[in-house]
Design a protein around this ligand. Structure first.
Ligand code: ZN
Length: 184
């Protein structure tokens, strides 16, 4: 379970009262989404770019997220896992890009600039990650996307909108995108 304020994220792990991690947002208002579990792992290469303040080169990562969106994603993944015993042996969901240390740095998707959007691989009917919508298990995708929507991710894309609760946007044959629409 995770909770958040506008400026911090607290994650309660599976191992009791000592298993609590707290992260304050950086100067751009974002925290790093956990690299690993439960139920979700980071996958793919890490984006590198100059540090937005110091100018230093190095790895500044692509898993920075608005704290409240991060808590929502974390809780959605756990809810998906516990909602259906059929998912007990699923491989953790594989997520890739969220946003940069300074989310206005575009890592190749302008729609991630709010730091409230995440890309993840599709799941196949064995609960394994797949990089093709054509081998995705739409039952799993629909179920997970429905839970994401309940957690505020209502701006979602898949190829041809094949997943319920998403619409079509080019470039989503190999992954689904879930985002929280920026409030106007
Ligand atoms: Zn995306």
């Amino acid at each position: 379970m995770a909770t958040a304020t506008a400026k911090s994220l607290t994650v309660y792990g599976e191992h009791g009262r000592d298993d609590v991690s707290h992260q304050s947002a950086n100067q751009f208002g974002v925290v790093q989404f956990p690299e690993k579990g439960p139920g979700i792992d980071r996958v793919g290469t890490r984006d590198t770019y100059a540090h937005p303040v110091t100018g230093q080169s190095g790895q500044w990562g692509d898993n920075w997220m608005d704290p409240q969106a991060a808590a929502a994603l974390y809780n959605a993944v756990q809810e998906y896992q516990s909602a259906n015993p059929a998912h007990a042996n699923d491989v953790p969901l594989k997520y890739n890009d969220i946003a940069a240390y300074d989310p206005t740095i575009n890592l190749g998707h302008s729609s991630h600039g709010s730091a409230k959007a995440v890309d993840f691989l599709y799941m196949d009917r064995n609960g394994q990650p797949t990089t093709s919508i054509y081998s995705a298990d739409l039952t799993r995708q629909n179920e997970f996307t429905g839970i994401l929507r309940q957690h505020g991710f209502n701006h979602n894309f898949s190829n041809n909108g094949a997943v319920q609760g998403t619409s079509h946007w080019p470039g989503h044959i190999n992954h689904e995108h879930a985002g929280q629409r920026i409030q106007q």
